[in-house]
Design a binder for this molecule. Structure first.
Ligand code: MN
Length: 241
């Protein structure tokens, strides 16, 4: 069995989510051959050199899982695209590029965070292209820590006065982009997060049936997608009190 999750937006201010995730690591994840985390694992990440005790405790918990034999894969989201090699080494996980084609129990699947599918948001796509450019990343990583903290605070304050992102605040994917990306990678299944609109969508790629599975964000409840020989199961679960 393989597990896929995304959009936990882990942060110290939401101990309920961290607790639910640590429970998930103890309870469900050890039964999986692999755990895929498809981005926005952390609410904010300003660099591996600025790791907080809270973030380090999460890395340690992930490490325990990978040491026990479950492979852990991590993809960047738009919130935590600065997660780097040092974190991955500490957490015992492998960084996946976005997009990645992988085989999940014999089935070829395209994995993405999902923000790059929202092509209607032109200003965001432009900013994303700038931020993910190797030269910009180099400059960002080498900014003094306090400058990065100030930048992160500014971005955070701008994002709707500290409230959580609801699906209605996030631009949805563009259907044309979905079809063209899936066709370009020759897949019939796409899995992504980002939009906070968990669902399974049936569609057609070159006249063939295909599906797009959207993972859910962890806010009032947790979400996980399970995959085994029988197929995909997308489900939510309550945070234990
Ligand atoms: Mn996102």
């Amino acid at each position: 069995m393989i597990l896929l999750i995304s959009d936990l937006h882990l942060e110290e201010e939401r101990p309920d989510i961290s607790r639910a995730f640590l429970h998930f690591l103890q309870d469900r994840a050890p039964h999986a051959e692999a755990l895929y985390i498809l981005g926005d694992f952390f609410e904010v990440w300003i660099g591996d050199d600025a790791i907080s005790p809270f973030q380090r405790s999460i890395a340690r918990a992930l490490r325990q899982l990978s040491d026990s034999g479950t492979r852990v894969y991590l993809m960047h989201g738009n919130r935590d695209f600065m997660l780097g090699k040092t974190f991955c080494r500490e957490a015992g996980c492998t960084l996946l590029s976005d997009p990645s084609v992988v085989e999940l129990s014999g089935e070829k699947v395209l994995l993405m965070h999902g923000d790059s599918l929202c092509t209607q948001d032109l200003s965001y796509i432009k900013m994303r292209r700038w931020l993910r450019n190797p030269l910009s990343l180099f400059i960002l990583r080498n900014l003094p820590l306090h400058t990065r903290q100030k930048l992160a605070r500014k971005l955070r304050n701008e994002s709707r006065s500290q409230t959580r992102m609801k699906a209605s605040d996030i631009v949805d994917v563009s259907p044309d982009e979905v079809v063209s990306v899936m066709a370009a990678h020759g897949v019939r299944t796409l899995i992504h997060g980002h939009t906070h609109r968990p669902a399974t969508h049936q569609l057609q790629i070159d006249g063939q049936p295909a599906q797009r599975i959207v993972l859910g964000d962890w806010d009032q409840q947790g979400w996980a997608l399970e995959k085994d020989e029988a197929g995909f199961r997308l489900g939510c679960f309550a945070f234990s009190p």
